[in-house]
Each structure stands twice: as structure tokens, then as C-alpha cells.
Design a protein around this ligand. Structure first.
Ligand SMILES: C[C@H](CCC(=O)NCCS(=O)(=O)O)[C@H]1CC[C@H]2[C@@H]3CC[C@@H]4C[C@H](O)CC[C@]4(C)[C@H]3C[C@H](O)[C@]12C
Length: 334
């Protein structure tokens, strides 16, 4: 399971949780403008917008899970098992393999509006990267500071939905996720009043009862509602530090604790990483399951005119500040 979200304060932020039972050795990866993205069914993308995100490096080819480009457009792929259907190559369309989708869009579009044009003649095809990396059943969120959309390639074809909450999880398909929000419209950040019955003396006995009924489990349908509610009610200061901190709080609501989501063979799904990218400034912040200290990679500290991706392995291990390590000093221990 995974959850992606957008957030706007002074700047625009885009991030996700990546939940799974193992990692693929993913790294924070900056792809500069002149790295030639080879395409299976089209000419290579030789010049394009630079992007920063998390990718698995297959040799020197970045297989992006999520990224933001230098224009502030962000895109993330999330699992969509049983529903994602990709096509065969068709003439007269831009045939893009599913693993090429993020660079194809982020490489060429400055915003969602421009992406809508490319999406109108795209055909997402089922060409695998290789036998080691088969086709992944994904759907995507694509967002800039003005709007977000969800893209689902299903049996009936390619569907593009407006995403007014700026949140995506996994199954079921997006229209069903959105419809289910109707069930929760009475939830509120305010204290409730008794509308149950005038004949009963009901009163709130705790703070936070206005959102009683907000689903607390880890299913993707419940995570969608929970993050939508949190994000729509979220208030933060405008500074970078306040915004980034708030973003991690929003996604913290769907953090997966080891042991609570059991798969077959005694494996457990956990939140492997949580990211928050400042899309305006090209700074990618992240934490990992065992490293709660926020780590950042700044795209603009790299040479964006080069032709080689630069990648940084995720920093692991808790960094704990032992506050009374020695009289008068504080020390960082691992
Ligand atoms: C497993 C992940 C989804 C996590 C998730 O949502 N888990 C909930 C399961 S559930 O929905 O609750 O059942 C997805 C998200 C992005 C994917 C990579 C995209 C690039 C590349 C595409 C190639 O074609 C295949 C290899 C490749 C590295 C992909 C591997 C894997 O597929 C990744 C990591």
C-alpha cells in the first residue's frame, strides 16, 4: 500500500509513503536535462526538464516511483493490482511503456494542463523493462500547485480524473474512493453537538470527537479517507520548516507499523520511506522506517545540464540526539 498527497502553503509540496514488504534498493535520484531517456517505442527523450525523486537504478537507467520536475510538476506511481490494464502498441499514438510514464510526462510538461495534451494521445503499453522487472500494475497522481489529476489505465482504456483532494492510495478505482467520501461528510474537526436525539442528554466527553468514525485501519480505502480528512483540515505556518513538518504529520496518519499488516508467508508491510518534495525549490525531503530524522537532497546543488543521473542511497538508522551527553554539550549518536 502507499499513499500520496499534495500540500500547499507558501510553496507547493508533493510526497508519498512507500509501503511494502521489501525494498528494491531505491535511491533519491536527480536526472539532469541532458540524460538521454531511451524509449522503447519512440525516439529517445534527449533534452528534457530535470527531475528529482526516488528511483531504482537499473544500471544507469532510473526507474522512478515518484518525482518532481524543475517546473514544479509532481507524479507518483502507486500499486493498482487487479485493475491496471496496459495496451499493445498502436499506430498513431505515443506508445509509452508503463515504466517510462513518469519521465515522459515530467520530462516534457511544465504543469498539469500541458500534461493533459500529451495524455490525449498516449497509449500506455505493457512492454516490461526486462524479465527481472516485469510490468507493475500502477495508477498515478499528477499534480502542480493549481490542480491534481489521477490517471488509471484500465480495461475500458485510459481514464483521467480530476483529483480535488490531491490524495491517492491503492484500490479500489479512484471514482469509488471519491464517492466514499460522501459517507464521511458529517465528520468535523469541531466538537459535535447532539443531533442523535433531543430526548437524550448526549455530550462530548473528550476532545476530537467531531471526527469519530474516521476509519483507522490500514486498508487503502480507509487510508484515503483518513488522509483526505487530515489534509483538508490541516493548518500550518507558511515557512519551509513548518510546512515540511506539517506534511510529514499528514502522511504520519497512514504510517504502517511493522506487525500490523500481515501478508502471506509471515511477511509484513511497513512504511519503507515517506517523502515530501518542495516542488518549487526542488528539495526532496524523506524519512525511512528506521530514520525519523528528515534528510534532504537539493536538486539545484547538482549540475542540471549534465547527462548523468546522480543518486543517493537512503540514509538509514535512527539519529538520536543525546541531550545530556556531556555537561554543556549535546551530541548526536547513532
Ligand atoms: C511495489 C510498489 C508499490 C507499493 C505499493 O503500492 N504496495 C502496496 C501493495 S497493495 O496495493 O496494497 O496490494 C511499486 C511502486 C513503483 C514501482 C516501481 C516503478 C518502476 C519500475 C517499473 C518496472 O516495470 C518494474 C520495477 C519498478 C522498479 C517498479 C517496482 C514496484 O512495482 C514499485 C516499486
Amino acid at each position: 500500500m502507499c499513499t500520496a498527497a499534495t500540500y500547499r502553503s507558501q510553496d507547493f509540496y508533493f510526497g508519498r509513503t512507500f509501503d511494502y514488504e521489501f525494498n528494491y534498493g531505491e535511491e533519491v535520484t536527480v536526472t539532469p536535462r541532458n540524460y538521454p531517456f531511451p524509449l522503447r517505442h519512440q525516439n529517445a527523450l534527449t533534452e528534457h526538464y530535470a527531475m528529482i525523486g526516488i528511483a531504482h537504478m537499473a544500471g544507469d537507467y532510473p526507474l522512478y516511483y515518484d518525482a518532481v520536475n524543475e517546473k514544479g510538476l509532481g507524479m507518483a506511481g502507486l500499486n493498482f493490482p487487479g485493475n491496471a490494464v496496459y495496451s499493445k502498441v498502436q499506430t498513431g499514438k505515443d506508445n509509452i511503456a508503463q515504466f517510462e510514464f513518469i519521465p515522459w510526462i515530467l520530462g516534457q510538461c511544465a504543469n498539469v494542463q500541458e500534461a493533459r495534451v500529451l495524455l490525449s494521445h498516449i497509449n500506455l503499453v505493457d512492454t516490461p523493462f526486462n524479465e527481472k522487472y516485469p510490468v507493475s500494475p500502477l495508477h498515478w497522481i499528477l499534480a502542480d500547485k493549481e490542480e491534481a489529476i489521477t490517471i488509471e489505465s484500465v480495461q475500458e482504456g485510459l481514464k483521467i480524473y480530476d483529483n480535488p483532494v490531491g490524495v491517492l492510495t491503492n484500490n479500489p478505482p479512484f471514482p469509488i474512493q471519491m464517492f466514499r467520501l460522501n459517507d464521511y461528510m458529517s465528520l468535523s474537526s469541531e466538537s459535535p453537538t447532539n443531533r442523535f436525539s433531543a430526548d437524550l442528554k448526549l455530550k462530548p466527553y473528550s476532545r476530537g470527537m467531531g471526527a469519530m468514525g474516521l476509519p483507522g485501519d490500514l486498508s487503502s480505502a480507509s487510508r484515503f479517507v483518513r488522509v483526505a480528512f487530515t489534509k483538508m483540515n490541516s493548518l500550518s505556518g507558511l515557512s519551509e520548516s513548518e510546512s515540511v513538518s506539517q506534511f510529514f504529520h499528514i502522511l504520519g496518519n497512514v504510517d504502517q507499523t511493522r506487525g500490523c499488516c500481515q501478508l502471506d508467508k509471515g511477511e509484513y508491510e511497513i512504511t519503507i520511506y515517506t517523502s515530501c518534495c518542495n516542488a518549487d525549490r526542488g528539495i526532496y525531503y524523506y524519512t525511512t522506517y528506521e530514520n525519523h530524522q528528515i534528510t534532504a537532497v537539493d536538486m539545484y546543488r547538482e549540475n542540471l545540464d549534465s547527462d548523468r543521473p546522480v543518486h543517493y542511497p537512503l540514509v538509514q538508522g535512527e539519529h538520536i540526539l543525546l541531550q545530556n551527553a556531556a555537561a554543556g554539550s549535546a551530541e548526536e549518536n547513532q
